[in-house]
Design a binder for this molecule. Structure first.
Ligand code: SF4
Length: 230
């Protein structure tokens, strides 16, 4: 499997924020978000090929029960369907951070952190070429979201910048009749700079109060800035 990085940190986003976790970041993604914060795993995928044994050998020394399979898009990584059950057999809690465009296919997972991409994520054709149309075609897959919701515990995490982003979420879920408790819909400010995030955080918090959604910070940005391995 092409691995971008494996590191030990605190979960920075979502319902398990603050939980010590080992992150396994596969390299490669089927989308090209304009504001992607891990371009080394999407726009310019780099990393090293690792076997299951090598990956597990890097995970086990850390004193964490939680493992986060992330990317890039971990669900397109060859070998992910073999790695997840091995981690389960080792007693690990598995979070899969996915954009929700690839079916779960029975994968071992305790928490699906689904992060569907809104219209503002689509790159311009001048900057992304054919990826612009491909991203726009693939970014929202309601049948896949439904399959994940039926498969395991989940959270729906959206990056939002404006009120119209929040309205887009409500319209999409309403149109597709995807009914989920409001507290499982998480709004996250966009940004990779702690100062910028602090500025937008209060606005996002107000939208959470207004619509009953849950707020998620980006703890790793607050603690470490936007650096690899955190
Ligand atoms: S889905 Fe995630 S990894 Fe892929 S381009 Fe978008 S933000 Fe980056």
């Amino acid at each position: 499997m092409l691995i971008s990085e494996i590191f030990y940190s605190l979960q920075g986003e979502g319902s398990l924020v603050g939980v010590p976790s080992v992150f396994v970041r596969s390299s490669g993604c089927n989308l090209r978000c304009v504001w992607c914060d891990t371009p080394y795993a999407s726009w310019n995928p780099t990393g090293q090929e690792m076997t299951m044994d090598q990956i597990i050998a890097e995970i086990l020394p850390h004193p964490a029960q939680h493992v986060v399979l992330t990317g890039g898009e971990p669900m397109i990584a060859k070998g992910m369907h073999e790695l997840a059950p091995q981690l389960r057999d080792l007693g690990k809690h598995i979070t899969i951070e996915t954009a929700g465009t690839i079916m779960p296919g029975g994968i071992a997972c305790d928490l699906a952190s689904l992060s569907p991409k809104l219209a503002h994520s689509t790159p311009r054709v001048e900057n992304a070429g054919a990826w612009s149309a491909r991203h726009e075609r693939d970014r929202w897959q309601p049948d896949v979201i439904r399959a994940w919701i039926d498969h395991c515990d989940y959270q729906l995490k959206f990056v939002v910048r404006t009120l119209s982003d929040v309205e887009e979420i409500i319209a999409l879920l309403d149109r597709e009749k995807i009914s989920v408790p409001a507290h499982k819909i998480l709004l996250m400010p966009e940004g990779t700079d702690a100062t910028v995030l602090q500025h937008s955080a209060r606005q996002v918090a107000e939208w959470c109060k207004q619509f009953g959604f849950r707020y998620t910070p980006r703890l790793h940005i607050d603690l470490y800035g936007n650096t690899m391995g955190t």
